[in-house]
Design a protein around this ligand. Structure first.
Ligand code: IPE
Ligand code: IPE
Ligand code: MG
Length: 263
């Protein structure tokens, strides 16, 4: 079968528990990262390697996104941030940007019931200006529909940029100082953290980037300041939950010191 004819949207992932219990690694619950961020990179290269167009690579990523969400649930991850579209991705061709906007909107629309069934609370982190209204509308519908779910928060970072987020927090603090809501002239770390897009979400413990690139590309610079990093060689469309589990496994063996000294 050629890739063009594959219907990537039809992949039917069963409801939780998703896979054979015997293959889910039994992580020490206390050691599983509470918040994992994934930089889903390499879709374009995956497509190019097959003589396809870049957008076919994004299409091939859809089932992988949901396999990763399933794997995160199985591993006991509580927050999963997925870097879906950065504030820098507007630099791409108008065709690719248009595709990514429409595709994000459609994925949220067609997968919301599945996520709801899995106990996923869908959330969005990013900047409003420039982002297609139809994308925001679908995100808001999904957020409302899933707001009482507590198995996992899946945060779609769309039109997200870490520097933009910190700048937006600073601007909001300045406004609150001007209106007298914040008194004095002392800006604290806590104050900045409380003005980020999703202030209730805890710091990111583990960032996984696929496709072999060793950079974080403006993803969660504040929240991941002390995150463990794992750069895996697989292109995102070639990934699956086992790759996430491998990263979690490595994480459980890391020695996190946060600037202190190991006792
Ligand atoms: C990641 O894959 C998806 C987005 C950034 C939207 P890319 O589209 O960056 O794929 P490569 O890195 O060019 O292969
Ligand atoms: C990071 O990937 C953004 C997302 C995965 C959404 P990019 O492909 O945009 O990052 P660079 O250009 O390689 O740094
Ligand atoms: Mg890329």
């Amino acid at each position: 079968m050629s890739f063009e004819n594959l219907d990537y949207t039809s992949l039917d992932i069963p409801a939780a528990p998703f896979s054979d219990m015997s293959i889910i690694p039994s992580f020490d619950k206390k050691k599983v990262p509470q918040h994992v961020g994934v930089i889903m990179d390499g879709n374009g290269r995956w497509a190019q390697e097959r003589g396809l167009i870049r957008t076919n690579g994004h299409q091939a990523a859809e089932p992988v996104v949901f396999d990763i969400i399933a794997g995160a649930i199985e591993a006991g991850v509580r927050y999963l941030s997925l870097y879906t579209f950065s504030t820098e991705n507007w630099k791409r061709s108008p065709q690719e940007v248009r595709f990514l906007m429409g595709f994000s909107r459609d994925i949220i629309h067609r997968r919301v019931d599945q996520m709801n069934e899995w106990g996923v609370r869908v959330r969005w982190s990013g900047r409003r200006p420039k982002l297609w209204k139809s994308v925001i509308d679908e995100l808001e519908i999904a957020q409302e529909k899933t707001k009482n779910n507590t198995i996992i928060d899946v945060i779609f970072c769309i039109n997200y940029g870490g520097r933009a987020e910190i700048a937006d927090a600073a601007a909001e603090i300045a406004r609150e100082v001007a209106t007298g809501k914040i008194k004095g002239n002392k800006v604290t770390e806590k104050m900045i953290a409380e003005h980020l897009y999703l202030p209730d979400v805890p710091d990111c413990d583990l960032v996984v980037r696929t496709s072999g690139e060793q950079r974080t590309s403006n993803f969660l610079p504040w929240q991941a300041a002390y995150a463990e990093l794992d750069f895996v060689p697989e292109l995102f469309p070639d990934c699956n939950r086992q790759i996430l589990w491998r990263s979690i496994e490595k994480f459980t063996n890391r020695d996190r010191r946060f600037g202190g000294v190991k006792k």
